[in-house]
Design a binder for this molecule. Structure first.
Ligand code: HEC
Length: 182
C-alpha cells in the first residue's frame, strides 16, 4: 500500500466520500443507538418500579403483632405456634368470629352459604399460606374495593374499638385450615 501512494490516496478519498455521503446511514445508526438506550432506560425504570411495588412494608397497627407485607404475601406467620386447621375451621364457620361462610362457599355439609365471594374449596391449591395470610389479615391491600373485611386490623376501623375481628392465633388457624382445602 505504501508502495502505491495513488491507490492509498484513492482509498482515503473513498472513505472520505463515504463519510460525507453517508450522513443518512450514520444518522440512522445514531438514532437506533439512541432508541436502544431509551428502551434500556425504560426497561430499567420498569424493573425499578416493579421492585418498588414489592418492596417489603412493615405494618405496626395499634398493639397488634407487627407483620411484613411483601407484594401480595405475608411470608412469616404472625405467631410462633403453628396454625391448627381444626381450630381454623371452627373460626371460619363461627358467626361471631370469621363467619367466612356468610360470603363464601366452604366444603362443609348442610350450611347456608352465600356466594358473594369465590368458592373457597380448592383455595389451598390456588395459593400458598403466605398469600392466604394477607387475604385474611387485610384483603384491602390486595383489592381496595373488596367487600371482604380485614380480619386483623384496627387502624381506620371505627367500630373495632382497638380489637381486631380475629386474634393473631385465629388468623394462623384459619390460614392453616384454608391450606387444607385442596
Ligand atoms: C363480606 C363478605 C366476605 C367475608 C365475610 C369474607 N370474605 Fe373472603 N372474599 C370476599 C370477596 C368478595 C372476595 C373476592 C375477591 C375480592 O373482592 O377481593 C373474597 C376473596 C377471598 C379469598 C381469595 C379467594 C380466591 O380464590 O381468590 C380468600 C382466600 C378469602 N376471601 C378468605 C376468606 C376467609 C378465610 C374469610 C373468613 C375469615 C372470608 N374470606 C370472609 C368476601 C368476603
Amino acid at each position: 500500500m505504501k508502495n502505491n501512494p495513488e491507490r492509498y490516496l484513492a482509498m482515503i478519498r473513498s472513505v472520505q466520500r463515504w463519510g460525507r455521503d453517508s450522513w443518512l446511514p450514520g444518522g440512522l445508526i445514531l438514532l437506533s443507538l439512541g432508541m436502544l438506550a431509551g428502551l434500556l432506560l425504560a426497561a430499567a425504570g420498569c424493573s425499578a418500579a416493579a421492585g418498588g411495588a414489592s418492596a417489603p412494608v412493615t405494618v405496626q397497627d395499634g398493639n397488634l403483632v407487627p407483620y411484613t407485607v411483601v407484594g401480595i404475601e405475608i411470608p412469616k406467620p404472625l405467631t410462633s405456634k403453628p396454625g391448627d386447621p381444626a381450630e381454623g375451621r371452627k373460626v371460619a364457620v363461627n358467626w361471631l368470629l370469621g363467619n367466612c361462610s356468610v360470603c363464601h362457599k366452604l366444603p362443609i355439609p348442610a350450611r347456608f352459604h352465600d356466594m358473594i365471594g369465590p368458592d373457597l374449596d380448592g383455595v389451598g391449591s390456588r395459593y400458598p399460606a403466605s398469600v392466604l395470610r394477607l387475604r385474611v389479615v387485610d384483603a384491602k391491600r390486595f383489592n381496595r374495593a373488596t367487600l371482604m373485611p380485614a380480619f386483623y386490623k384496627v387502624q381506620g376501623l371505627h367500630l373495632a374499638q382497638g380489637k381486631p375481628l380475629l386474634t393473631a392465633q385465629q388468623v394462623e388457624d384459619v390460614v392453616a385450615y384454608l391450606t387444607t382445602l385442596k
